[in-house]
Each structure stands twice: as C-alpha cells, then as structure tokens.
Design a protein around this ligand. Structure first.
Ligand code: ZN
Length: 480
C-alpha cells in the first residue's frame, strides 16, 4: 500500500511503483557511477601517484624519533593532505583526523596518529629527505615539459621574494628567531627567501632558504627595563644569492623587487649564466637620476600599445646602457662593474566606463642585464612579479595560515613550510596542467581554487562514511 509522506514544505510525496529505496541500492553494481561522484579527489590522488610517484615520496620520508610506533609516511600523508585542504592549525588538523577526513587515504587497519605524535615527529623530521622529494617533484614538472616554452614570452622566469614564515610575537622562542621592528614595538619571526617560477597560470615554488641568524646580543630596554635579545639575520638578498647556486638549469631569468637591485646580487645572477630583471625604486641612485634626467630632455625611444577589452594601455619608454659598481671590489678589478640597461616606462591607461573616459598613469624603472629582451617583455615580467605576492604568498598566508606557528623550532618550521609548498605545487600542477577544464573556468572567473579544495574535502568526508558502513571498500579512493 502506498504510504503518504508529508514533507516539512507541505508537499505530499507519494512513492511510485518502481522507485528504488536507499536500502535496496546496490552500491557495488553502481560502483562506476559512484566513482564519478568523487572525481576530484580520485583524480587528484591518481595524478600525484602516477605522475609524481607519490607513494615513493611517502616511503622516502624519515624522522629521528626514538620510538616510532607510527610510520613517518602516515604522518607525512596526513600533513600533506592537511595542507592540500588548507588546514589552519594543528588543533584543526586534530579535529579533521578525529572526524575521519583522512581515513579514505589509508587501509582500514592503519591507526592514525594523534596530534602529539605528529608534533613530535615534525620537530625531528629529516629535512634532507624532504628536500630530495621536493626536488623530485620539480624534476618531474620539468621533464613533463612544463617549462619547455618558457613561462613569459619564451623566458623561464623565477621570482625571488622574502617572507615572514612564523610570527611568534614578543617572545624569542629559539636560536633562529629573528628580531623585527614594527614602529615602536618589535616581534620575532622566522624568515625565508622563496624562489618561484612565475608566468600566466604557472606558479611553482622551486626552492626556499631559511635566513640564518648572524648575531645575537642582549640589551636592556630603556623604557621597560626588561632584557631584550637582539638577533640579526643575514640579508634577504644574501639568502637569495645562496639560492641562485642551487636553482635548476632550466631557469634563465631572475626577477626581483628593488631590494635586489644591488651589484653583488646582479653579478651573481650573471655568473650563474642567467639574466636579471630588477625593479629600481631608489631615486637617489646615480643610474636612476641619469635616466630621469635623460628622459626629461629627450623624446622616448619608442612606444607600444596593448588593448584588452575596453582598456588601452600605451607604454612610452626610455633606456640607457650603463654599469653599476660593486664597492667591495677593488677599482682596477673588472669584477667591480656589471653592465646593465635601465628602462623608464610610462604607462598611460585609458579605460571607457559607460562612455566616460578615464586616464591613469604609472611610472616604473627597471634594470636588466639582457639587452636583447624586448621592452614589452621586461615590463610584462615586472608586472608578473606580483604573482609571487598575489598568488603564492597570498594563498598560503590567507588560506593555509603560513604565518601561524604550527610547531616552533627550526626543523619543524622548515619541514612544515616545505610540505606546504609541495602541496601547493601539486595542486597547481593538477588544476592547471591536468584538469584543462578547470583552467578555462578559472580564467573566466567561474570557479576558484578555494572551491575546488572545499569540495574535495566534502568528498573525503562522504567517502569516509561510505567506507564506515561498508558501502564501498576502504581502498575506494586509492586506485592504483
Ligand atoms: Zn624561533
């Protein structure tokens, strides 16, 4: 007999003959259909396993805990997926573990670690093994021709930028904490210089270097009479010079903001057989003043125009070939000088909104060691440099809480940062290289990376319950 059910919306639902009730649903027969429902996490997992040999990366991880009831690989997988799903703290990670978010990633019999175990392991992580895995991922990206045609107008461009990784407030917590001033106050941070390949839709972290503490002294604060420990780190661009030597050979151009406009840095770039494109903001520098003077009394060397939708940008530019000096090298030594071309660009941006014309102007000075590079490309590279701020750091700081201290200590901070970058690179590669449909929708503004990640989290939660009640096998996602 038909049974009438009244829904809370006052609609009478009458089951029809032939309707399949949920209890009769044969999940095994419908496995193919069901798998399609979880295509995001399934495809991502398959992608990182097949293309990047993720199982091998998991196996390679080591830590130096004395008692290792739980294998490092399990802890690594949880941390990696935690950062893929943009976990904000260890507290949240613990809640996710308890809720079963990560269960579908493991065979049923594996016991998942407590947050204390994770915390203990990350403090003793084998950074060398982790670095090796990180470089394996980058090598695969390069092998798969990710950078074959360059990332900006045929050049493979790498941006350098420094970032505060952990802000620990006014308390110095370890020997690697660096004192930073902010107005009248101060705080301690750990700092890292990051090298990242940039281009349209291509952003990968290649390497990072934690800045080392160079000196430490104790002083009494005159206002509070409290002892203050002053630690100074090596400079950001010194850290970057160290990084330069370790960059893979496919990178041919280095871009940096005005902090990197120093002769030792530019010389190091040239010595590494690469070219530099560096912004020049310091108006008191001779090279800046000379070009400014030149541009005031001469018409521009040339101009070019770009039109995107109803925005027209006309760029006028002047340039001068000159050299900059390294005062640490003797005057007679040819190493004292580095040849550079300085550009001054003036961008006139015209836009028509509802028939009303708007104008704005931008001025930018850039130095480059590559005289053959088109001025248009030089400017494009400088504009894209913002990617490192806007995409990588913005995403990691906003969504992954990069500045949050998950666990204090130099090993833990570096390990967490590298796993975070690994997760970031693999998500980028998956979305922009593997899922071509995502790329199109993303460019049109129809979807976001955040939404993709959020829905992947939902999938894991549902799969966990399907496994729990035996609707599917525990290796449902783990397809080989
Ligand atoms: Zn510290």
């Amino acid at each position: 007999m038909d049974k009438k059910i009244t829904s809370p919306y006052n609609i009478v639902c009458t089951p029809k003959k032939g309707d399949v009730t949920i209890s009769k649903f044969k999940f095994q027969q419908k496995k193919k259909l069901l798998e399609k429902e979880f295509k995001r996490s399934k495809k991502f997992l398959r992608y990182i396993k097949r293309v990047f040999d993720f199982d091998e990366i998991v196996k390679q991880q080591k830590d130096l805990r004395k008692k290792q009831e739980l294998k490092t690989g399990v802890i690594f997988t949880i941390l990696f997926w935690g950062f893929v799903l943009r976990v904000q703290s260890f507290n949240r990670l613990e809640q996710m573990i308890n809720y079963g978010v990560f269960n579908p990633l493991f065979p049923r019999k594996i016991k998942l670690p407590s947050i204390d175990t994770i915390s203990g392991a990350i403090a003793k992580w084998d950074l060398e093994a982790l670095e090796k895995s990180f470089q394996t991922i980058n090598a695969v990206l390069a092998k798969n021709k990710t950078f074959k045609n360059g990332t900006i107008d045929g050049f493979t461009v790498c941006a350098f930028d420094g970032t505060d990784v952990v802000n620990t407030g006014e308390k110095k917590k370890c020997e690697h904490c660096i004192l930073m001033k902010n107005g009248k106050g101060f705080h301690y941070v750990h700092k890292s210089v990051v090298a990242m390949v940039i281009g349209a839709e291509i952003n990968y972290v290649i390497k990072q270097n934690m800045l080392k503490v160079k000196s430490e002294e104790k002083k009494i604060d005159k206002t509070t009479f409290k002892e203050k420990i002053i630690t100074k780190s090596e400079g950001e661009h010194t850290g970057a010079i160290e990084l330069l030597e370790e960059l893979p050979s496919f990178i041919d151009t280095i871009v940096g903001d005005s902090l990197y406009f120093t002769s030792p840095f530019i010389k190091s770039v040239v010595n590494s057989k690469r070219h530099a494109v560096i912004r020049l903001e310091d108006k008191t520098r001779n090279v800046h003043m000379a070009l400014e003077h030149f541009s005031q009394y001469n018409t521009c060397n040339d101009s070019f125009t770009n039109k995107v939708d109803n925005i027209t940008t006309t760029v006028y530019y002047w340039f001068k070939d000159t050299r900059i000096e390294d005062s640490t090298v003797l005057a007679k030594d040819p190493e004292r000088y580095v040849a550079i071309r300085i550009y001054k660009f003036i961008e006139v941006i015209e836009s028509a909104v509802k028939g009303k014309e708007n104008y704005s102007f931008k001025e930018v000075f850039v130095g480059t060691t590559n005289k053959d590079m088109l001025p248009k490309t030089v400017l494009k590279i400088i504009h894209r440099r913002w990617n490192i701020e806007n995409s990588c750091f913005h995403q990691l700081k906003t969504y992954c809480n990069m500045e949050h201290c998950f666990k204090h200590g130099s090993v833990a901070i570096e390990a967490i940062l590298n796993i975070m970058f690994m997760a970031y690179n693999l998500i980028q590669a998956f979305l922009f290289k593997r899922l071509r449909s995502f790329n199109g929708e993303f460019t049109k503004g129809k979807t976001t990376i955040s939404w993709f990640i959020e829905s992947m989290k939902f999938e894991l939660v549902i799969v966990n319950f399907l496994i729990k009640y035996n609707f599917v096998e525990s290796d449902f996602l783990n397809t080989t």
